[in-house]
Design a binder for this molecule. Structure first.
Ligand code: NAD
Length: 322
């Protein structure tokens, strides 16, 4: 039986990934500071532990796993990453466990580690025009991410690829672009734009206004969780090390995103634009490289993913009201 380790197994992507690996017949160990927030884990073994501690890494990386997915990160939405208040934690925590995991996997002779970087590592100067952002993989340098979260991702990408060059590992690096779906954080301040907008719209009546950070003309693309997992497992099992974008190239403005969700909810929604942390003006996944190297690219429409996500968040909002 094939074995997999998922670091960050209590998180959004990690908990979905475990379900997928179980359907593929893997024996799966998960490790995280916490259990998944929504629903039980399907992992065969779930370790509650802090990956900043080397002892925990020794305990969980105790065999030659066929596949390791390093998804743990100290992260959150714009309200956590872009205020500056959490910069030291973000850099220290994530860098510490990336260093621990890379070294421990090497020592255990593990070959295949998947590392989830982020589109936040792309230089801000290429993302100032909301209509024409450049996020081609080779546009990463000269580096100028707009957050310490992005700088740490860039460092750790290089770390995992250095282990390939110097220690014969076959690590794979993906740059995720805004992954969303059911069972993701939807309130509390760490939620991302699609979840926040779904929640705000689920909470109000038709005709009411919701608050939107900025003027809403900033652009993004959003990838549904199932497609993220498809791209990630394909990449880890391919001969291409990356870094490669895993994202959607269906770019929308935040105002358009509100319109989409309002239509799904069947509500008329006014927008109240307020100051808030924004990130770059424009961002979109450039999918030419993944298509060339893997012969695959995400194809599901944003609307389809939003329908599934809105349905789930609406249920959470209703359940919270009771
Ligand atoms: P998430 O926050 O839901 O999951 C990350 C998990 O890491 C959390 O459960 C957290 O408890 C765990 N973690 C943090 N510190 C830890 C520690 N010291 N020891 C053990 N576990 C620890 O995030 P996610 O959305 O599932 O993202 C997974 C990965 O993908 C992250 O590396 C993230 O940076 C990357 N990524 C995600 C997105 C996205 O849109 N979700 C976009 C770009 C990149």
């Amino acid at each position: 039986m094939k074995t997999a380790l998922v670091c960050g197994a209590g998180g959004f992507i990690g908990s979905h990934l475990i379900k997928r690996l179980k359907t593929e017949g893997f024996w799966v160990r998960g490790v995280d500071l916490k259990f998944p927030e929504y629903g039980d884990t399907e992992a065969d073994d779930f370790v509650i532990g802090d990956l900043r501690e080397q002892g925990v890494c020794h305990r969980v990386i105790d065999r030659c796993f066929d596949e390791v997915y390093q998804l743990a990160a100290d992260m959150g939405g714009a309200g956590y990453i872009f205020t500056g208040e959490n910069d030291a934690d973000i850099m220290h925590n994530s860098a510490t466990f990336n260093l621990n995991i890379a070294e421990r996997c090497h020592k255990r002779n593990i070959k295949h580690v998947f590392y989830s970087s982020s589109a936040c590592m792309y230089p801000e100067y290429n993302q100032l025009d909301p209509d024409n952002p450049n996020c081609a993989e080779d546009s990463a340098y000269p580096a100028a991410p707009d957050s310490e979260y992005g700088w740490e991702k860039l460092f750790s990408e290089r770390l995992f690829l250095a282990y390939n060059r110097n220690h014969g590992m076959l690590n794979r690096v993906a740059r995720f672009h805004n992954i969303f779906g059911p069972q993701g954080t939807w309130d509390g301040g760490k939620e991302k734009a699609p979840a926040a907008i779904c929640r705000k719209i689920a909470e109000v009546n038709s005709g009411d206004a919701i608050e939107i950070w900025g003027d809403g003309t900033q652009t993004r693309s959003f990838l549904y969780i199932d497609e993220c997992l498809e791209g990630s497992t394909r990449l880890l099992r391919s001969s291409f090390e990356g870094p490669v974008n895993i994202g959607s190239d269906e770019m929308v403005s935040i105002n358009q995103l509100v319109e989409y969700v309002a239509a799904i909810a069947g509500k008329t929604i006014e927008k109240n634009h307020i100051p808030g942390p924004l990130g770059v003006r424009g961002r979109n996944s450039d999918n030419r490289l993944i298509e060339k190297k893997l012969g695959w690219r995400p194809t599901e429409s944003l609307r389809t993913g939003l329908e599934k996500t809105y349905g789930w968040i609406e249920q959470q909002v209703m359940a919270n009201k009771k």
